[in-house]
Write a protein that binds this ligand. Structure first.
Ligand code: ZN
Length: 480
């Protein structure tokens, strides 16, 4: 029986959504989910396979007369992002997620809801256990630790998969069918610098108030990157008054557009510091004219300070050269839909007094060769300035066809089930589809989902009727 959720069409998927909300499942803690799904498989006489990565595959035979049809795979991840409000008392290791229904909106009580990706898990459990459905043979792959780098999907043994078609249920927009996602790679560049101990005057620049955002999905929104803004301010001043950087620090997460950056540079005298400050004010006024609405709280604080050390002129030039590299969208797709093809985010910069600067980049593209190209460009600049690069955490992209048979089948099932239209699109972020399609030869895939808002935050909500419609569409597609 349903406990919280009322006024819905499909009871079974909502029932499972309620049940899994009681199971702690922050990334890295999916064992309870594996046990729960395993028990459902056993109770329903379904074949299952688990592995050391806490993934679980459950198979359902085709309905009578449909046993020999091609297998369809449904796929979702069992983990959720564990975020809560500061004033919320909640232990993600033991407490259930409390569901609150507000009309058509489902949310949690000061925590993430886990609709990402609980809605997908719930739909798959309903399809597996509803004996009244007519379906072809089905493989449901539940993966672990997606949110911390597709960890489970990376460990699974794909020789277990028979399907040649996959529906990934991890998208957050009902009216689109995702046919491609980005691959990505992180690069850490280390620049050796000469540090000079010397007491001088200096200027401290603090940049803040920028909106930031996801380094993939928000990369084409014109939002400023605090590190790049710092680079352009320092670069402009350096054209007029030669400067030596003393310290620089900006950005925090590899997958976020940095919102803040602080830098100090040394000057010859108090007079020079003041001259620099008025020059910076002019540059900042120019930048302010060019801001998107989300960045309107942009703020630059300038202070006169004293420095006890600074980097050499030559080292400063090296840093400025890297900070001026092309950033954000590097190129757009040439075919529809016209979206960013390849992007790069100058995510993080840190300076150390022991003679090095590290700069972290994340590159994304649908195409492997473009990821190679972004890495090669960083390698080239590193060679020119005597720096080193380390490329890591690479994962593949995926680019399907907008008119593939699976896309067309989904579109017509959605139209039959809901009377609505849905359009193919691509997402400039990573999905498990990229990894899985790279491991299963000839696997055709789409990613779909219900309307879920404010993912990965305590404000996460799901539209209940949208969840109903996606379930109806999955059932309709499986009918034949
Ligand atoms: Zn997800």
């Amino acid at each position: 029986m349903l406990e919280t959720i009322k006024n819905i069409k499909n009871h079974l998927p909502f029932y499972y959504f309620e049940q899994i909300s009681k199971i702690p499942r922050a990334s890295g803690n999916e064992r309870g989910m594996v046990e729960y799904i395993k028990n459902i498989a056993i109770e329903n006489g379904l074949e299952y396979y688990t592995d050391k990565g806490d993934n679980i595959l459950v198979r359902k035979k085709g309905s009578v007369g449909r046993e020999n049809e091609d297998t369809i795979m449904l796929q979702a991840h069992t983990d959720m992002v564990a975020e809560k409000n500061n004033n919320t008392v909640h232990d993600f290791a033991s407490d259930p997620i409390m569901l609150i229904q507000d009309g058509n909106i489902l949310r949690a009580n000061g925590t993430t809801l886990g609709a990402d990706d609980g809605f997908g898990v719930a739909i798959m459990l309903a399809v597996l256990t509803d004996k009244s459905l007519s379906t072809p043979p089905i493989e449901c792959l539940f993966t672990a630790s997606e949110e911390i780098g597709l960890v489970g999907a990376g460990k699974f043994d794909y020789s277990k998969i028979n399907a040649k078609r996959m529906i990934n249920l991890d998208s957050a927009e009902e009216n689109t069918v995702i046919i491609g996602c980005c691959g990505g790679v992180r690069t850490e560049m280390t620049i050796p610098v000469d540090c000079i101990s010397e007491s001088t005057n200096g200027v401290k620049i603090t940049i803040g108030g920028l909106c930031g955002g996801h380094s993939g999905e928000d990369i084409d929104k014109g939002r400023k990157n605090a590190n790049v803004v710092m680079g352009s301010i320092l670069g402009e001043i350096n054209k007029k008054i030669s400067l030596c950087i003393s310290s620089i620090s900006g950005g925090d997460k590899d997958n976020a557009i940095p919102r803040e950056c602080t830098a100090i540079f040394a000057t010859e005298s108090k007079e020079k510091s003041r001259e620099c400050i008025s020059l910076i004010e002019e540059v900042v006024a120019d930048i302010k004219r060019d801001l998107v609405d989300e960045d309107k709280s942009f703020l630059v604080v300038l202070e006169e300070v004293s420095c006890s050390y600074h980097y050499s002129k030559e080292s400063t030039e090296k840093i400025l050269k890297v900070l001026s590299l092309p950033n954000a969208v590097l190129e757009y797709r040439k075919v529809k839909p016209i979206l960013p093809q390849t992007s790069r985010n100058l995510a993080k910069i840190r300076s150390y007094p022991d003679g090095k600067i590290t700069i972290g980049f994340s590159s994304r593209s649908y195409l492997e060769e473009k990821l190679d190209w972004s890495c090669a460009e960083l390698d080239k600049i590193a060679r020119e300035i005597g720096a080193s690069t380390y490329h890591h955490e690479r994962y593949p992209g995926w680019q399907g066809e907008g008119d593939s048979a699976l896309v067309v089948d989904w579109q017509s099932a959605y139209e039959r089930a809901t009377g609505r239209r849905t359009e193919p699109t691509l997402i400039h972020a990573g999905l498990e589809c990229g990894l899985i399609t790279s491991k299963v030869n000839g696997l055709e895939a789409i990613s779909v989902g219900a309307n879920v808002h404010d993912l990965h935050t305590p404000q996460e909500t799901m539209e209940i009727d949208s969840f109903d419609r996606i379930y109806d569409t999955v059932v309709e597609l499986l009918k034949k």
